[in-house]
Design a protein around this ligand. Sequence first.
Ligand code: URA
Length: 216
Amino acid sequence: MTQDRAAALAAIAQQVRECKLCRLHEKATNGVPGAGTVDAEYMFIGEGPGFHEDQKGLPFVGRSGDYLESLLKLIDLKRDQVFIANVVKHRPPDNRDPMPDEMLACKPYLDQQVEIINPLVIVTLGRFSMGRYFPNGKITQIHGQPKYDNARAYYPLFHPAAVLRNPGLIKEMEADFKRLPEVLAKVKELRAKGGSPKSDNPNDDPPQPPKQLSLF
Ligand code: URA
């Protein structure tokens, strides 16, 4: 079945590369569908490709990517053991923020990737991916606080680029990152029991149920 899932993921990647659903493809060099293993326990979701990602068609391969890799190392992981994606899959010109209609156009791709990978922990990097799962969340208040729902954890983190710009955040980022294995263990326990605990963050709205997968 892993093969079928990998094929479904590859089909989405191809659709992303050919995607013209919003204006972002016009100025982009390559679509950046996401990369990693279909069997990932952790899925990291960033904002959108930057210059280097656009050149290579791969997520987080610039400075932020180097930093993300060093963070993964803190918990003994390499990037090919997780899945890394973005909220928008083509580079916003001049690295501007993605616009709401661009994020909406790209949403089915990310929804389908989540559905196929079925990660135990979704780690949001920065405010745009955080907004998908914590619509009322403020990153400075909720970073590092897992929300458990449907036997999955949603874990908001600062964006690596924001930490690089503001080294005062490094300690908090590393401490948040090092708690990931604990969060994963809790989800595994939950799945074994077939239950779901209440959120650690009672002010948050529950995430939306996954959409029907159109590729199967
Ligand atoms: N920043 C992101 O949010 N995503 C990338 O892929 C690279 C930098």
